[in-house]
Design a binder for this molecule. Sequence first.
Ligand SMILES: [Zn+2]
Ligand SMILES: [Zn+2]
Length: 115
Amino acid sequence: MTCDKRLDVPEGMRKAALDFPSELPFEGDDPLPEDVTCELDKHPFGDHVALLRDLGNEFIVWVTWKADGLDADADDIKVQQRAVCKSESPSPDGEDLRCWLPEAHRGGHAWERYL
Ligand SMILES: [Zn+2]
Ligand SMILES: [Zn+2]
């Protein structure tokens, strides 16, 4: 089960996410989400993490925010570029069996949700 904690992404953070150089052509860049949900498995501690922008070349811009409270304090929101985890499912059938969460993430790999 995933964490599913929501965050309204502040305008300044979306701007910051656009400052990272992308390997993708501009038209391949989807509009940044205005609100996001934590992509990790349910976790009692630590920052929430959500995908903001795919840079191509195995890098993704993530927004992270602190766990406590319904409304995250803007000071606790960070935008950072991290490499993709790259863990692969041992079963070769099916699609999306590579983990796309940030490297060294908490909880299970994304592909474990599809087994
Ligand atoms: Zn979370
Ligand atoms: Zn993973």
